[in-house]
Ligand binder design. Sequence first.
Ligand code: DGL
Length: 256
Amino acid sequence: MKMSQAPVGVFDSGVGGISVLRELVKLMPNENYIYYGDSKNAPYGPKSLEEVRTLTLSHIDFLVERGAKAIVVACNTATSAAIVLLREKYPNMPVIGIEPALKPAVLHKENARVLVMATPMTIREEKFHHLMENYESRATIYPLSCPGLPEFVEAGNLDGEDLRAYLKKLFEPYFGKVDAVVLGCTHYPFVRPVIQQMFGNGVAIFDGGAGTARELRRRMRECGILNPSEEQGNIEILNSKETPEEIILCEKLLHL
Ligand code: DGL
């Protein structure tokens, strides 16, 4: 098989990265993809740095062994924990991470008040602190750790009463006080309609999926490994839970 026809490996702690895969397929439908979600070990957000590093490195090794020509770490948490190590380990292939889409949120309006939702680890890690330092002179930024939210999505609960009650409690201090919300975890875009409804249409919502897809295309073009085929590519979805239900949930999320 030619290198350009090899799949792009996409990884997340669970089903959340499907929100990124969706953007990748939209931008590059002719590429082949292999998606690996570690739902058995999700959520990663509350785990220790060491644990997330170990899990992420071993799952990326698996994708590389399966012949991936490029890697997308479609998880903000795994990116903050392991992207530097991954790039050291695989210096000859594009390794793209994802980070909260703070830049477009800050730039969308003068003196914006921006709520950044993410996992406890993403908020705590140095990578996010650097990102915040770049923009805090131009906006008011409220980091909001959301432990428990990925679990709703992992259970396929995208609109339940319990989810709404959870979000209402989390958002209570910010209603009427923010102009933008950043979905800094790849599970959150699946509950975007509920979040939009709660804040109202006056609040802009941002996520990093489309930007990550553009960055992957740029890097693959640079390396000369874009697939020249004009046909629809193949998408293989794998999950550490290995149950048919899990794959059905992923397929459903991919086509939402
Ligand atoms: N999807 C992951 C992210 O983007 C986090 C979910 C988890 O805690 O496992 O940060």
